[in-house]
Design a protein around this ligand. Structure first.
Ligand SMILES: NC(=O)c1ccc[n+]([C@@H]2O[C@H](COP(=O)([O-])OP(=O)(O)OC[C@H]3O[C@@H](n4cnc5c(N)ncnc54)[C@H](OP(=O)(O)O)[C@@H]3O)[C@@H](O)[C@H]2O)c1
Length: 292
């Protein structure tokens, strides 16, 4: 039995779908307010709880063989990125869990002090590595599904809003590939107690994304480039009313201000370990947007 946290999220949903396609038993940790009908229809066991409640986590971990931690921070990195994962690791040990897969983030080891999420994930990585559990840590770059709403807006308006330096590079990863890798991590021997950078096969400059959209929709892009100082000014303004939100926005700022790409060697290692070919962003978008 797999336990998947964040089972209704972009990644978690794909993990549960793929597990059910392989007829694997999976317990989906969801909130009562989550949209979990599809997971139930696919035959996942639905566990309703809150990752801020230790009692819920204790119950959810009973009788599970594998845990894939794929939940998000929901604006509270301390409680969800940090505390909930520490709790899951402790419960995994108590329950004799065979393998723990942790979804971290690319660049987590660069010491970004402005991002509570990056700091929390790095601490969780260290705790997991010292836990004695079998583990795999996956450090993905930005998910391709994040671009689907932007592509749809582009299709309707031709507009692409680019925040920050257009030359900044990233290796956007197919969210489906990441789900495949997360599942395979528990059985691939070479993935045991390893940490992987996970990205798409190409290094893209941000300015190349509207060009991909332009090819898909055969439309000239209107690129609106907002400099980071605009985000900083907004953040300062928000801080006057909501200091907590201002801190949470530090993660967004970190993501916008820096480059997150995998080296060709990292991609080669990933593809060799998991015996797959990483999908390009263009191919992912074509699949989801029905373009050929
Ligand atoms: N998105 C990216 O580009 C990216 C890049 C690198 C790493 N990551 C990491 O990858 C993981 C998955 O990201 P994602 O984009 O798939 O996340 P997401 O779509 O934002 O989903 C977050 C999930 O966490 C659940 N959740 C939040 N608070 C909860 C709580 N208190 N109790 C129970 N469940 C709770 C949400 O449930 P509800 O449905 O109820 O809201 C949802 O299922 C995260 O750890 C993220 O940091 C993401």
């Amino acid at each position: 039995m797999f336990l998947v946290t964040g089972a209704t999220g972009s990644l978690g949903r794909r993990i549960v779908r793929q597990l059910r396609e392989q007829a694997m038993p999976v317990r989906a940790f969801v909130r009562l307010t989550s949209n979990y009908g599809e997971l139930e229809d696919r035959g996942a066991e639905i566990f309703i709880g809150d990752l801020k409640q230790e009692r819920d986590m204790e119950k959810a971990c009973r009788g599970v063989q594998y845990i894939i931690s794929a939940h998000g921070a929901d604006g509270d990195a301390q409680a969800l990125d940090y505390r909930a994962n520490i709790e899951l690791i402790d419960r995994a040990k108590e329950n004799g869990v065979e393998h723990f897969v942790f979804i971290s983030v690319l660049g987590v080891d660069r010491g970004y002090q402005d991002s509570p999420t990056f700091k929390a994930k790095r601490e969780v990585e260290k705790y997991l590595q010292a836990s004695g559990l079998n583990y795999t840590i996956l450090r993905p770059s930005g998910f391709a599904n994040n671009l689907l709403p932007l592509a749809e807006r582009f299709r309707d308006t031709g507009i692409y809003l680019l925040i920050g330096d257009p030359k900044n590079r990233s290796s956007i990863v197919s969210t489906d590939d990441l789900a495949t890798i997360a599942i395979a991590s528990v059985r691939v021997e070479e993935a045991k107690n390893q940490t992987f950078a996970v990205g798409g096969p190409e290094i893209l400059k941000r300015e190349e994304i509207p060009r991909i959209f332009a090819r898909l929709f055969k439309k000239e892009p209107i690129v609106i480039n907002l400099p980071l100082v605009v985000v900083d000014a907004l953040r300062t303004g928000i801080g006057l009313f909501n200091p907590q939100l201002q801190k949470s926005l530090g993660t967004l700022r970190t993501l916008l201000a820096n480059e997150f790409f995998c080296t060709p060697e990292e991609i080669a290692r990933l593809e060799a370990t998991f015996n797959l070919q990483m999908e390009s962003l263009e191919s992912f978008l074509k699949r989801y947007l029905g373009r050929n």
